[in-house]
Design a protein around this ligand. Structure first.
Ligand code: NAD
Length: 467
């Protein structure tokens, strides 16, 4: 059986005990991982603090080269990473391979970053320059839906800008992050990267620690608020990427045959467990029946199963808690609407739910108003465009959203009225390292990716010279 270790202060070490990692496709253990004790979490922060001055003073070219090397090593080991990712997370192998590829691509983008020194005034009176300095120890905390990618997207910007890191993945999906630690060990100086695993007990210790300068957190809004609370006493810098309940608005002029597969993919990728998945679909009354029937057919034909089996398109929910939550949303769908595809769990081992389409449901149902994070899509009928825009915005969340139309100018007029960090037109769930990503309202604080997102890992420092 494959084993993994924690990475603390440049050493691969055991934890204070091991825990089973459950394969959600079988409900059974497939490997064990070490759990860090509270002392080991504190050691990781102390190691990162010790390593910081030398790392911050390391030439940017050297930091970039080390990050590129980590991307190279990931590429060399991509197949093993993808297979372990399927077993720990549940997603189909093609999606796992894509996550590994994205992780590598994001890392290469971060590795190319150099803020340089920006001269913003140079005239007879003043010379003003802006420097970007590292902050210190950065804590990265990740969720279980895209564990490798989200973890690496905290490491990359932090390291290239000269910070040191303690990364903590989610308890049920730590294996691939610890494997990344194995690769990082021989590339980076001791203490620059530390990766530990926990049983949901170390996040608060890390994010409240006085020696931590910044927390980059991705997870639920409820936990994000706790992180903001504990960070307050020392005014830590925060990036919070939190929950979402993305609405898709289908205007009355679409070619359903052209867009239905894309809508389905936007809602059901990763078994619906993506913060920016399409979670409620508003369709104009003139095309409502056709859209419902088309999506129900796609859902009925989707192949559900173990992500390692050929041809599987939708895997299991990642963990038993999420599986039970999904069953509550199935009940809500049956109670508040009409199920036209799926509607049940699979009668087999593992945490499988049939891809489910629910019609004739309205905004008052929890399946529509809450973040379901499951393969269940409610389709809601509308007749008035202004009214549906305000219904789409009537949510505490504001992460993503989409507008679907044959007329892009018309779609843009709608898109600009949606209060969320991203609005896609005629697609959903696209993200890339050079495109800023952020959540409005209770979906987060700060920006990730792009130069703007990377600069959040730095302190802006102005030198002003009088002439
Ligand atoms: P979660 O909030 O339960 O856990 C996220 C991480 O926080 C885990 O590593 C957990 O161990 C840690 N944690 C728990 N308590 C903590 C505390 N008090 N202090 C610090 N850390 C703590 O979220 P989850 O269930 O793992 O993930 C699903 C959620 O994540 C969904 O709401 C989803 O929308 C959101 N998400 C958001 C994005 C985004 O970019 N906006 C991306 C992926 C997932």
């Amino acid at each position: 059986m494959r084993t993994v270790k924690l990475l603390i202060d440049g050493q691969l070490v055991d934890g204070h005990k091991n825990t089973d990692v459950i394969n959600p496709a079988t409900g059974k253990m497939f490997m064990q991982i070490p759990l860090a004790s509270e002392n080991q979490a504190l050691e990781a922060i102390a190691a990162a603090k010790r390593a910081f001055p030398a790392w911050a003073a390391t030439k940017i070219e050297d930091r970039q080269a080390m990050l590129s090397k980590l991307a190279d090593r990931l590429q060399e080991n991509a197949e093993e990473f993808a297979r372990v990712l399927v077993k720990e997370q549940g997603k189909p192998l093609a999606e796992a391979a894509a996550e590994v590829l994205y992780t590598e691509a994001f890392m290469r983008y971060f590795a190319a970053y150099d803020a340089g020194v920006e001269t913003i005034q140079d005239d007879d009176d003043l010379q003003v320059e802006v420097y970007r300095k590292p902050l210190g120890v950065v804590v990265g905390i990740a969720p279980w839906n895209l564990p490798l990618l989200i973890g690496a997207n905290k490491l990359g910007p932090a390291l290239v800008t000269g910070n040191t890191v303690v990364l903590k993945p989610a308890p049920t999906t730590s294996a691939t992050s610890l494997m990344l630690g194995e690769l990082a060990k021989d590339i980076f100086p001791a203490g620059v990267i530390n990766i530990i695993a926990d049983e949901n007990d170390l996040g608060a210790i890390l994010s409240s620690h006085p020696d931590v300068a910044k927390v980059s957190f991705t997870g639920s809004t409820v936990t994000g608020r706790k992180v903001a609370g504990t960070a307050a006493s020392s005014l830590k810098r925060l990036t919070l990427e939190l929950g979402g309940n993305d609405a898709g608005i289908v205007l009355d002029d679409v070619d359903i045959g052209k867009i239905a597969e894309r809508i389905f993919a936007g809602a059901f990728m990763n078994c619906g467990q993506v913060c920016i998945a399409l979670k409620r679909l508003y369709v104009h009354e003139s095309q409502y029946d056709e859209m419902c029937d088309t999506l129900a057919t796609i859902a009925n034909n989707a192949i559900v199963g173990d992500g390692l089996d050929n041809g599987v398109q939708i895997g299991p929910l990642q963990n038993i808690i999420q599986y039970k939550k999904a069953q509550k949303y199935l009940e809500a769908g049956a109670r508040d609407g009409k199920i036209i595809a799926g509607g049940d769990v699979l009668n087999r081992q593992g945490y499988f739910v049939q891809p489910t389409i629910v019609r004739d449901i309205d905004d008052s149902s929890p399946l529509v108003s809450e973040e379901q994070f499951a393969p269940i899509l409610p389709i809601i009928k509308y007749s008035d465009l202004d009214e549906v825009i305000s219904r789409a915005n009537d949510s505490e969340y504001g992460l993503g959203g989409s507008v679907w139309s044959s007329n892009v100018a018309r779609a843009k007029r709608v898109a600009t009225q949606i209060s969320s960090g991203t609005v896609w037109i005629n697609h959903h769930l696209h993200f890339s390292p050079h495109i800023p990503f952020s959540g409005a309202k209770q979906s987060g604080m700060g920006v990730e990716f792009s130069r703007e997102g990377i600069s959040e890992f730095t302190q802006c420092s102005v030198i002003s010279v009088s002439k």
